[in-house]
Write a protein that binds this ligand. Structure first.
Ligand code: UDP
Ligand code: MG
Length: 333
């Protein structure tokens, strides 16, 4: 098995020349894209190293593809991949990671909630020896207290259940070294809960703090139903604890019922009782029925995911990929 061998590669410490890839997953971001690109490009121009940007258009239905074409025409260092439909941000990030050719890769949102101006600090942490530079949000402007509270609860739950801790308040904005990217590219599962995958691969992690800005324009694509399903993906993808809980709950119920039955048996033998106790009966039946349905539902969650994994479909389909031109082909650097 090839993936049992250590992945050799650069961790960044002491590199004098390198190439940075910035991966940008985006979906219907026409209102911020030009501004985003301008800000990102001016930061990248300032770092005095080779770079490329890979925009992954996650099936946008607005003017984003057109804007990307213009951006690409104006700068050959930009690559544009387009999905055949909206596959989701996790898939878009996965695509970006497998297309990236840099020694370090930074994933950043297109809505300017992750300030591109932090990139030099992330590179410094990488050059000092980190494989993964996590960016922790100190403040989350422009997000409702409910979203923040549910996000907090989610991290509490997932960290109780999963075998690898997922750092709280760390979004997808992060830097990955070449070998961390290669490691991620080895993971073939369809369940792309990237926050869990980033934690799973290990390596030297460093966390930097920043204040998360509000979205510059446009709307968040994460409605609560989507977030809820995202949370379920995360929990079921990284832990079998719910299955165990179902098992123990079932066992406990069976045990209690057994004692209860013994009690009635003895009572009838000793005292002799007529048919009473309809309430106990119905309550017992209903509790057991409910628990059984719940346990079946939990099994179903896993089974459904097993089903999806077993089909081994590709994670995403590319409509087209216009690769960035390699730096050797570009004059004047
Ligand atoms: N995004 C994506 N595919 C989707 C939804 C979102 O590529 O199906 C991108 C989106 O364009 C943005 C990033 O993921 O660049 C974060 O999305 P958003 O700002 O909506 O999420 P939030 O910041 O509210 O968590
Ligand atoms: Mg956002």
């Amino acid at each position: 098995m090839e993936n049992l061998h250590p992945i050799h590669g650069l961790d960044g410490s002491g590199l004098s020349s390198y190439k940075l890839t910035v991966v940008v997953p985006l979906f219907n971001e026409e209102s911020v894209l030009p501004l985003f690109h301008a800000r990102l490009e001016s930061v990248l121009e300032s770092i005095q190293h080779d770079w490329e940007i890979i925009y992954v258009d996650d099936g946008s239905t607005d003017q984003s593809p057109l804007i990307l074409q213009q951006i690409k025409a104006a700068n050959a260092r930009v690559g544009v991949a387009r999905f055949t439909r909206n596959f989701g941000k996790e898939e878009a990030m996965s695509a970006g990671l497998s297309l990236a050719s840099g020694d370090a890769v930074i994933i950043i949102d297109a809505d300017l909630q992750d300030p591109p101006e932090l990139i030099p600090a992330m590179l410094d942490a990488w050059l000092a020896g980190a494989d993964i530079v996590n960016m922790r949000r100190l403040q989350r402007s422009g997000e409702s207290w409910f979203k923040k509270a549910t996000a907090h609860a989610f991290y509490r739950v997932i960290n109780r259940l999963s075998e690898v801790p997922v750092p709280e308040d760390v979004g997808d904005f992060r830097l990955l070294s070449r070998r961390a990217v290669d490691a991620l590219n080895l993971l073939e599962e369809r369940n792309r809960f990237m926050k869990g995958l980033f934690a799973w691969i290990g390596y030297r992690n460093v966390t930097l703090d920043y204040n998360r800005d509000a979205r510059v324009a446009g709307k968040s694509k994460w409605q609560y139903w989507r977030l809820w399903n995202f949370a379920l993906e995360g929990i079921t993808g990284f832990s079998v604890a719910p299955l165990k809980i179902a098992t123990y709950l079932g066992l406990a119920c069976a045990g209690i019922t057994f004692i209860y039955a013994a009690y009635f048996f003895l009572k009838t033998l000793l005292v002799g009782e007529s048919v009473k106790g309809f309430p106990t009966l119905i309550v017992t039946v209903m509790i057991l029925g409910g628990l059984q349905l719940m346990a079946i539902g939990i099994i179903g969650e896993y089974l459904g995911r097993l089903f999806v994994e077993s089909k081994r479909r590709p994670l995403y389909l590319l409509e087209e990929y216009d690769a960035p031109r390699a730096s050797e082909d570009l004059h004047a650097y």
